[in-house]
Design a protein around this ligand. Sequence first.
Ligand code: FPP
Length: 252
Amino acid sequence: MSADTTPAVPRHLAVIMDGNGRWAQRRKRPRAIGHRAGARAVNVCIDFCLEKGIGALTLFAFSSENWGRPQDEVGALMKLFLNALDREVDELHRRGVRIRFIGQRERFSESLRARMAHAEQLTAGNRRLQLVIAASYGGRQDIADAARSLATDVANGKLQPEAIDEHALAARMSLADLPAPDLFIRTGGDHRISNFLLWQLAYTELWFTELLWPDLDVDALQKAIDDYAGRERRFGLTSAQVNPGAVENSPA
Ligand code: FPP
C-alpha cells in the first residue's frame, strides 16, 4: 500500500465509548444516567463526522460480554437504545445517514429488532455517512462466523480449501463493504481493544483519551484527527517506500 491510502481525514472512524458508568458515579448518580449522557455524546460524534466528511462511523454500543452486567443496567440500556431509535432515526435519515447494525441481533427483544430493521430499511439508500452500531457484537465471534461461513461452503463443495486466504475471510466479515477503520478512538482512559473489530483494526491508528465518553466534545475529536493526520502509516513498509521523496530517518 502507498501513502495515498492514508487520507488526511479518516474515511472510517471506529469508537469505543467508555466511561459512562464512572461519569455517573462521580456525580453520585445511577449508571443509567451516565448512559443517557452518553447518548448525547453520540450525537456530538455523528455531527462531527458529518461536518468533516468522514464517510463511516462504527460505534461499539454493546458488547457480547455486556449481557453479563447487572440486569437493571442491561434493561436501562435496552430502553435507551429503543428510545434513541424512536427519537433519532427520522432526523438521521433526513441528514443522509445510513444506519446499520452488526452483532448478534437475535439476542435483542422483538421490538428492538423491529426498530433496527426499520432504521436499516428506511436509510438504506443514504450515502453521506454510514453509521454502524455494533450491538451484542464481539470481534472473535465475527471471525468465527466468517470461518464457519467458509467452512460451510467447503463442506457443500462450493469452495476449495486452497481458495481460502485472508481476502476470502475478510469478505465474510462484518463491514466487508467498508474501508477498514483508519482511526480508532477509545475514551475512558483504558488502552485496549476489548474484543471490538479485531480483524478490521489490524492497521488502524489508535488514539486514546482519559475523557469519559459523556464529556466528549468537538475539541477532543479534532485533536484525534489532527494527531491522525500527522502520523505516517507504513503498513509494514519503510518510510521511503510509502513516502518517496522524503529523507528516510525514521525506524521501521
Ligand atoms: C461503556 O461505558 C458504555 C457502554 C457499555 C454503553 C454505550 C452506550 C451508549 C453510549 C449509550 C447510547 C448509545 C447509542 C448508540 C444510542 P461503561 O458503562 O463501561 O463505563 P465505565 O467504564 O465508566 O463503567
